[in-house]
Design a protein. Structure first.
Lengths: 158, 158
DNA sequence: AGATACCCGAGTAAATTAGTCAAGCTAAAG
DNA sequence: CTTTAGCTTGACTAATTTACTCGGGTATCT
């Protein structure tokens, strides 16, 4: 699992599509305007998202992108894996500090951490992110102390 | 929380110190030989580890490094934070795709993920890693199906 | 036809990582 | 008290990765 800004952009863009896809496909130009991501970069990202079956494209005027699946069935890990392909950070898949008796002292650790991160992101659906965004986008003046699911209970650590 | 090979090297080196620190301090040259990490690179890493109070240095002949604290009280997150200083991956701490009503659609998500990773690594002590290493280093010919703590229950995901 | 919008691959610039080098300081051994 | 092993410091370079651009396509609708 690699965590780069590329993956972040991709997730943001997917949320945007989910938010603004009311019947008509969403164009990259719109997303670019709303999220301040360069059009060319979006093209690159959506090429991958499409090839991985996360979005469907419609060409020609009035075209754009639709989600290929229900937002509840798309996880953040799906999105990140789609754009950040080269996957294993487990090191030692042929790396050099992995020898005889001092065999990969930490291999275990990283593999396990990786799995952790992956599992976590797998558990977050696009839908849940969209719902969060909708709540936050509603008139913030009158924010009732809300009781939605405790998605982030934490100290923005490190 | 940044996860780079630098952090991995640092953790590996710390395990090495913990493993071979029997009274005498451990020299970087030894670590370099055992773990195949360049001496100069180790110098850089241990400078940071020392400044963060994770190791103590002993100068002069017979010198080297000792752990500054009991391995049970040093967590992997301590080590990684020591060498990979610039900490926040939360984006949006002044980044550009964070505007008006489409405010940081994903901020929440990354902050939460960050906290997750951090908490996990904080829960892994150097001691536990050392114990794992010791087990693995024992005669591998006669590996009895062992029942030690289930540290990595997983599919080496992604 | 012509405008709209996706498609795609090569190319580049910036940032990060990994690793080097050289000069200096410290303390133990002889 | 001089030698010498070995840590200390920090600036410097090379390689890799990331982020992003560009230019020329192709499909489709009006």
């Amino acid at each position: 699992m690699k965590l780069t800004t590329k993956g972040r952009f991709a997730v943001t863009a997917m949320i945007d599509v989910a938010l603004f896809n009311h019947g008509e496909p969403v164009t990259l130009a719109e997303i670019s305007g709303r999220q301040k991501i360069s059009l060319s970069y979006l093209e690159q990202l959506f090429g991958k998202l499409r090839r991985h079956g996360l979005v469907d494209s419609v060409r020609g005027p009035g075209g754009g992108y639709n989600l290929a699946k229900a937002p509840g069935t798309i996880s953040v890990s799906d999105i990140i894996l789609a754009v950040d392909e080269p996957i294993d950070t487990t090191s030692c898949g042929g790396e050099k500090n992995c020898y005889d008796d001092s065999i990969c002292l930490t291999h275990h650790l990283w593999a396990s951490l990786n799995a952790h991160i992956f599992t976590y992101l797998q558990g977050v659906s696009l839908q849940s992110l969209v719902e969060d965004a909708k709540v936050r986008r509603s008139p913030s003046i009158h924010v009732v102390k809300d009781h939605r699911k405790p998605s982030a209970p934490l100290p923005v650590a490190a």
